[in-house]
Ligand binder design. Structure first.
Ligand SMILES: Nc1nc2c(ncn2[C@@H]2O[C@H](COP(=O)(O)OP(=O)(O)O)[C@@H](O)[C@H]2O)c(=O)[nH]1
Ligand SMILES: [Mg+2]
Length: 265
């Protein structure tokens, strides 16, 4: 895996973070009641990134009521790459991702679902597709596309339907916006408008910011431990509501092209 030449990390000089070297990649994993999945997934991430150089893994625990935090703290004793951030209150997946991206020290962040359905072995594939130079005026997101879904039939059908409607309305040019594995520049993500459930609309939001979207075929696996957090009907209904909001955001976007270097006055 090649290495990044840029360091656009605005938090690198923060006093609490200055001690360890700035990582090139932050892996952000939102979790809620995933105690049985934490250990196996962290082991996989570490194995895949063993040759990577500097990286960090940030788990955001979204007020789990099970053993998730205890398991994370035990693993942390032998893994100084692991950082644990905790919400006191349950805020949902999007907010947990945002908390993790905010805490990240790298210019590039990759997200993974915490249930093991995304395969960490795909991280290098996404990494290879990033632009060599980080240009925040054309922010690029690299999205996983689960070409073979390992979910129940009803979830597959509802997800296909949601992607088709979303694609037709938002023209986000992305076959699978809900896939949890995505790579993007940290700052570009933090510059996006924030709202609950935004994690399903990242391609549209990157395009809205003048960016680019790349989709990469990735592996998808069955959930073998723990329980899914989303019911089909609830997700569809919230999805329609959010779709209208994102369509509005798109129509209200104006991207200024600055004359000169913008510092003349
Ligand atoms: N932080 C947080 N993560 C959540 C929440 N709901 C789901 N997740 C996480 O989001 C990821 C995807 O959720 P999952 O239940 O697997 O959704 P599904 O694959 O669409 O059924 C998993 O890592 C969950 O732990 C939540 O309320 N907060
Ligand atoms: Mg899942």
């Amino acid at each position: 895996m090649s290495h990044l030449s840029v360091n656009a990390d605005p938090l690198a000089t923060s006093p609490t973070r200055a001690a360890s070297p700035v990582p090139e990649l932050s892996v952000v994993v939102p979790v809620h009641n995933e105690s049985a999945n934490v250990g196996p997934l962290i082991a996989e991430i570490r194995a895949v990134l063993a040759a990577f150089g500097e990286y960090e893994i940030i788990y955001v625990d979204d007020a789990s009521s099970d053993d998730t935090v205890r398991v994370l703290q035990t693993i942390r004793q032998d893994c100084d790459r692991l950082r644990i951030v905790r919400h006191r209150n349950n805020c949902g997946q999007s907010t947990a991702v945002r908390t993790g991206v905010g805490a990240a020290r790298s210019a590039w962040v990759v997200t993974l679902d915490g249930d093991g359905q995304n395969d960490p072995a795909d991280i290098p594939k996404l990494w290879a597709r990033r632009p060599q130079t980080l240009d925040l005026s054309v922010p690029q997101i690299i999205c996983g596309h689960r070409h073979v879904r390992r979910d129940s039939a009803i979830k597959q059908v509802s997800s296909r339907l949601a992607n088709a409607i979303r694609g037709a309305l938002l023209k986000d040019n992305t076959p699978d916006t809900g896939c949890g594995i995505k790579l993007f520049p940290r700052q570009a993500f933090l510059d996006l408008p924030y709202f609950d459930h935004m994690h399903r609309f990242l391609p549209a939001l990157f395009l809205r910011a003048g960016g680019k979207v790349v989709s990469v075929a990735v592996n998808h696996r069955h959930r073998t431990r723990g329980k899914s957090h989303y019911g089909t009907l609830g997700r569809l209904w919230v999805g329609i509501f959010d779709l209208i909001g994102v369509a509005w955001l798109q129509r209200r976007m104006r991207l200024p092209v600055i004359e000169g270097d913008g510092r003349e006055n």
